[in-house]
Ligand binder design. Structure first.
Ligand SMILES: Cc1cc2nc3c(=O)[nH]c(=O)nc-3n(C[C@H](O)[C@H](O)[C@H](O)COP(=O)(O)OP(=O)(O)OC[C@H]3O[C@@H](n4cnc5c(N)ncnc54)[C@H](O)[C@@H]3O)c2cc1C
Length: 297
């Protein structure tokens, strides 16, 4: 190996590519490699609900620079000298040898990549509570491009008439708006007494009244206890109070859990709230490894 530093970044959504680009600005000679499990890179997740809702129709806007250049591996290589390997999952970190093992998900090819510095930006996975029937067709989250494509297809096909959004947080409310604009009747179900739990009650009530003014239904202090199916497809939900609501689509938006399996298996210290502990330089318990996009305990 040359004496150029090798910086490996695991995760290629928001935080990973940002960290890689910053590393390039700090060191123009380093070899920088991004390993990204998904097929896409640097996705604009905040725009997903707006694409689903039809605020814009060009899917590529979620994946491109403001000047319209797709942020794909070629872009990263040409513009920043960064190698981005998509559909490549990091499966193990060997801290003693300072290597990352990864697998190309299409070909199954396994590779071991050495690092001088490692940046973990593996993000979070949406929670899917263990409710009976959760694997029925018609139940989704809104977290990935694949979820976004699924919901956008539902919008374009115009077959779904009724949907449930489980969770009245930010993503739940954005999803409610998007599906409402798709002409679908929505019921938002929230366990707590109010939507957007971080707001004062009075503010949350204003939001609730606005949602209801759009003919959406809001049910608070209630939760889904069962998904009801017909021939493998979602047909409705049963609530804690026994009410059954028919629906063809349910979007679960009940928070996320940090992806720490890889780090935990490598012996990196995990904090009390399930994120990795980092210091003020975002280094974790192994000083060769940085973490981004995670909750700091
Ligand atoms: C619908 C929606 C709307 C949002 N709106 C806003 C908003 O308006 N404002 C705001 O501030 N935030 C918003 N967010 C939150 C914001 O998108 C996230 O905070 C941000 O995406 C986190 O970035 P990240 O890179 O840390 O993690 P993630 O986006 O979770 O990305 C992690 C990436 O790592 C990859 N990965 C995981 N494990 C591995 C592995 N072992 N090997 C290789 N790759 C791996 C995954 O495939 C994934 O692409 C929104 C999120 C969503 C879903």
């Amino acid at each position: 190996m040359s004496n150029r530093k090798q910086i490996v970044v695991i995760g290629g959504s928001a935080a990973g590519p940002k960290a890689a680009a910053r590393a390039r600005r700090l060191d123009e000679y380093a070899d920088i490699i991004i390993l990204q499990k998904s097929p896409d890179l640097s996705m604009a997740s905040c725009g997903y609900p707006y694409y689903v809702g039809g605020f814009f129709n060009d899917r590529n806007m979620l994946l491109s620079t403001p000047t319209g250049v797709t942020r794909d591996p070629e872009f990263y290589f040409r513009a920043k000298g960064i190698i981005a390997r998509t559909e490549t999952e990091a499966t193990a970190i060997d801290r003693e040898r300072r290597t990352v093992t990864c697998k190309q998900l299409r070909t199954g090819e396994v590779d071991t990549i050495p690092y001088d510095k490692l940046i973990i930006a593996t993000g979070a996975t949406p929670n899917r509570p263990p409710i009976s029937g959760i694997d029925l067709e018609g139940i989704t989250t809104l977290q990935t491009m694949q979820d976004t494509d699924y919901l956008r297809k539902i919008r374009d096909e115009k077959k779904v008439k009724k949907a449930i959004v489980i969770g009245g947080g930010l993503i739940g409310i954005e999803t409610c708006e998007a599906l409402h604009l798709a002409g679908i009747h929505i019921t938002v179900i929230e366990l707590l007494p109010q939507l957007l739990s971080f707001l004062d009650w009075e503010m949350a009530k204003l939001v609730e009244n606005h949602v209801k003014s759009k003919s959406a239904n809001v049910i608070t202090q209630n939760g889904v206890v069962k998904f009801l199916g017909e021939n493998g497809r979602l047909a409705g939900v049963k609530l804690q109070n026994g009410t059954e609501l028919p629906c063809e689509l349910a979007v679960i938006a009940v928070g996320v859990t940090p992806n720490v399996k890889l780090a935990r298996e490598a012996g990196i210290v995990i904090g009390e709230t399930s994120g990795k502990l980092v210091d003020e330089y975002m280094q974790n318990s192994d000083q060769k490894i940085y973490d981004v996009g995670k909750r700091v305990d």
